[in-house]
Design a protein around this ligand. Sequence first.
Ligand code: TMP
Length: 213
Amino acid sequence: MARGRFITLEGGEGAGKSTQAKLLCDRLDKEGVRTLLTREPGGTPRAEAIRDILLSGKAKPLGPMGEALLFYVARDSHLELTIRPALKRGVWVICDRFHDSTRAYQGAAGGVPVSALDALERIIIGDTQPDLTLILDLPPEEGLIRAKARAESAGQAVDRFEEMSLRFHRNLRDEFLDIAGTAPERCVVIDAPGKPDDVAYTIWKAVVERLGS
Ligand code: TMP
């Protein structure tokens, strides 16, 4: 059986990744493609438990390197128990955030050396690299307003990373665009400020162009 395709969605806060990941899965399902929608950190019980620790800020005292290692503990479980088995069954995996988020948040914005992230990628991810990464690009000022509104309507506080400074979020955006520039064969930058349906159409065109329908 042919291996499934692995698609990741990346970007700063409030860029609409979760909405777009869901719309992409719905569209692929309609085309008869078997899909699995998942997210990072998360996607297994162990990784979801680590997500709670990371997003609550409980791991903040460990520093960016400690947090990066925790993201990788979660990623290891996710790859082993969820992502690789699904790809092997021919299922297309749509993942809301993956290793580029570690490079942006803990690496470029947090100061964890690139050499450490390269080593973790080699050891934990190996050849399970995404076939396509959609980088949803939005001015951070706008994304943070959206993220705050979403948290308020859910009756929650903003999380550990949403509460960081505008400067931190500007660094993130620059890093995601740099990643897209250095890996153009894998990444497509998607202009995210538009209406969700318009953004979904742009994403669908990119998926068909890069991976076939
Ligand atoms: P989100 O799923 O709502 O985007 O929340 C995940 C948060 O975790 C988001 O603020 C980005 C952050 N994050 C990292 O800092 N590093 C990572 O490797 C991943 C996957 C997420």
